[in-house]
Design a protein around this ligand. Structure first.
Ligand SMILES: NC(=O)c1ccc[n+]([C@@H]2O[C@H](COP(=O)([O-])OP(=O)(O)OC[C@H]3O[C@@H](n4cnc5c(N)ncnc54)[C@H](OP(=O)(O)O)[C@@H]3O)[C@@H](O)[C@H]2O)c1
Length: 280
């Protein structure tokens, strides 16, 4: 094993933390690059987040990832929030700078778009209307990613209408809020469908959405990745739609984090994917 100048350290902070697959992901990359380092899960309640983040420089951590609900709370703690994280309204990654100050980034949108591109290299977000179901933290990153790739029409549908309307207002004219009751019809003519709700996740009921109106040519993505293939993806695949599973969003968002923390660009490989899928 190579001897780096220092033991490389990064963490994921969450509350609760038990479901995070991030330690498996990052520790795989440490081993693959033959680096002395470790990525640890830290259960941090929101009221301790500031103290925990401020301790990172003294503990020699290069940075950390954050999970819900800490992603929003960190916005008011770090010394600088980059422009993309501001637009998305959440920090997924904190970088400890040389002077010990903290900067906040959001790499979830990058994970979303690069996961799609890994499976569908010719994917174009401007090919036609996209339907996004859900308006939580994940949806914010997905909307940013779609717009960054040139999407011109996004139909945003959420159980709580006010949340979809707020997001549509924030993200501009290309995003239009659609009433929850109209979610089935909203699929008419869509070229892409993305589920960002927690429905379909293990322990949750499947997303209540009829795919009858969805063109067979549409691409379907679910950002839920436990189980690997959600009931929505299984139904879409069965009727002939192309699908992209959600795990890759988690894997790909780790790439820019590593670049910022350690100056290394790790790869998302089939071996890495298999390693994490084995834990799902
Ligand atoms: N693959 C990845 O890297 C990645 C990244 C981020 C998130 N995720 C996954 O995405 C899912 C959502 O995460 P999040 O952070 O966006 O959560 P969140 O901010 O809590 O948002 C949850 C969303 O689910 C909707 N929802 C909850 N229960 C519902 C129900 N019974 N019927 C319809 N809609 C319902 C909520 O609608 P209301 O507004 O009406 O409550 C809201 O839109 C989670 O499963 C998470 O693991 C994956």
């Amino acid at each position: 094993m190579a001897t780096p100048e220092r033991f490389l350290l990064a963490a994921v902070m969450g509350w609760p933390i038990f479901q995070s697959r991030s330690p498996v992901l990052h520790n795989f990359w440490f081993a693959q690059h033959r680096l002395a380092g470790s990525y640890v899960p830290l259960a941090i309640p929101p009221e301790r987040l500031e103290a925990a983040l401020r301790a990172l420089p003294a503990l020699n951590f290069a940075g950390c990832n954050l999970t819900i609900p800490l992603k929003q709370a960190a916005m008011n703690i770090v010394d600088e929030v980059d422009v993309t994280a501001k637009k998305i309204g959440a920090i997924s990654c904190v970088v400890v700078r040389k002077d010990g100050s903290l900067s906040g980034f959001n790499n979830d949108w990058y994970g979303f778009t690069h996961n799609i591109l890994e499976f569908e290299p010719d994917w174009r977000a401007d090919a036609g209307p996209a339907v996004v179901i859900g308006a939580g933290g994940g949806a914010r990153a997905v909307l940013y990613g779609l717009l960054e790739r040139g999407a011109r029409e996004i139909r945003l549908c959420n159980r709580t209408a006010a949340r979809a309307e707020t997001l549509a207002g924030e993200f501009g004219a290309a995003v239009r809020a659609v009433a929850w009751e109209q979610r089935h019809d909203a699929l008419d003519g869509a070229t892409m469908l993305v589920n960002t709700t927690s429905q379909g996740m293990i322990g949750q009921p499947p997303l209540d959405l009829s795919l009858d109106r969805l063109p067979q040519t549409a691409l379907v993505n679910d950002i839920v990745y436990i189980p690997k293939e959600t009931p929505l993806l299984a139904a879409a695949r069965k009727r002939g739609n192309r699908i992209v599973t959600g795990l890759g969003m988690l894997l790909h968002q780790g790439v820019p984090a590593w670049k910022a923390w350690f100056g290394i660009e790790p790869k998302v490989t089939a071996e890495l994917r298999a390693r994490i899928e084995a834990t799902l």
